[in-house]
Ligand binder design. Structure first.
Ligand code: G3I
Length: 338
């Protein structure tokens, strides 16, 4: 493993880093017309200069891992707190990076004041409408793409019985897109989900729903394939390819929005090589599909990843290791771009 070219002298946390030369991944991706991004953990961005430098040099796009979610942005009714999200957006724009907004409507990160109250349909519609209009207007012109609705379907293709579905009904989905468009006519509006990368009941349901929405003129511009995967995905790549193709056929932009490839720990070197191959192949497939415009990893470094906490016994899922050294997966993405 080569010494990281990314290690730099520390800067004061929270201040803009000195302008550093972009790493090959970022410059080559830009040249190929695709964005490579990472989800950002705000505590690390605020406190670690190496996190800031690695992020800005390597990626052309950021997503907020947590700080744009409903509970973070509107912890009490009508009281909006954008301070962490603004910090990220300012950092990104200062480093010529795009920002994906994540996420306006989800069944998680719903604040207690919403989740634990009893609502009529009209009341909850007003809550959601105000949340979407206020949040999207706040970031208008800065967030280029929004995950408007996240994870609305179950594995069997049925609607997830969220508070939004249960109180408002399935029309919450299209209402969310209409309100987001009203708040920012220029942002790309995405539906985002996991386990929809390949064919199956869930991805069929998403495909059919998005087709129906677009036929009816509902402003859905894109679909986010989260891609929280394991090495087992290696045997489903042809299905991924054809699924990408059918989504593109609807006129949708496709982003890979949350990619990570979790490995069993303690990690074996051979698995790091297999992981690298998978990252590289996924990017190659994306590059071969003109509608596929971004590949975002769900985190920057294995030091700050959701995987070990949520999947005990797994880890090492990202492009940079715990010491911010680029892993074989990083080199595989560079090779795919080349
Ligand atoms: O910040 C608090 C901390 O103060 C507290 O001590 C600690 C105690 O549990 O919780 C911390 O907050 C946690 C937060 O992550 C930051 O680490 C929350 O409990 C925890 O629920 C939260 O999990 C996030 C999860 O979404 C739920 O919002 C993960 O970081 C985040 O990676 C994950 O991201 C989701 C995407 O949004 C949607 N797709 C799936 C993906 C992975 O689950």
């Amino acid at each position: 493993m080569p010494t990281s070219p990314l290690l730099t002298s520390p800067t004061i946390a929270g201040t803009a880093s000195p302008k550093l030369e972009n790493a090959p991944l970022r410059s080559m991706a830009t040249a190929r017309g695709i964005d490579i991004g990472a989800a950002v953990a705000i505590p690390a961005l605020r406190n670690e200069s190496i996190y800031q430098d690695t992020l800005a040099r390597t990626f052309s796009l950021v997503t907020a891992e947590n700080v744009m979610k409903f509970a973070a942005v509107e912890p009490a009714r009508g009281q909006f707190n954008f301070s962490d999200a603004d910090f990220l957006v300012d950092f990104a724009l200062n480093h010529d990076m795009k920002v994906r907004g994540h996420t306006l409507v989800w069944h998680q990160a719903v604040p207690a004041w919403v989740q634990n109250a009893t609502w009529t349909k009209d009341e909850l519609k007003e809550v959601l409408r105000n949340h979407i209009l206020t949040t999207v207007r706040h970031f208008r012109g800065k967030v280029f793409a929004w995950d408007v609705v996240n994870e609305a379907f179950e594995e069997d293709g049925s609607w997830r019985k969220t508070i939004w579905y249960s109180v408002i009904g399935p029309e919450y989905l299209e209402l969310a897109f209409l309100w987001a468009r009203e708040a920012d006519p220029d942002a790309l509006l995405f539906y985002n989900d996991y386990n929809i990368e390949t064919s199956g009941r869930k991805s069929d349901a998403v495909y059919t729903t998005l087709k129906n929405l677009r036929n009816r003129g509902i402003p859905v511009d894109g679909v986010g394939l989260q891609m929280h995967i394991t090495l087992a995905m290696q045997s489903s790549l042809s299905s991924f390819k054809s699924n990408l193709n059918r989504l593109a056929g609807l006129g949708l932009v496709v982003h890979i929005t949350e990619m990570d490839v979790r490995l069993q720990t303690p990690v074996r070197p051979a698995d790091l090589e297999k992981q690298a191959e998978l990252y590289g192949t996924v990017l190659s497939i994306c590059l071969n599909e003109p509608a596929c415009k971004a590949l975002v990893t769900w985190g920057l470094t294995d030091r700050h990843s959701w995987i070990p906490q949520f999947f005990p016994g797994y880890g090492n899922a990202l492009l940079f290791d715990e010491n911010y050294l680029p892993k074989p997966a990083y080199n595989a993405l560079v090779a795919a771009l080349r």
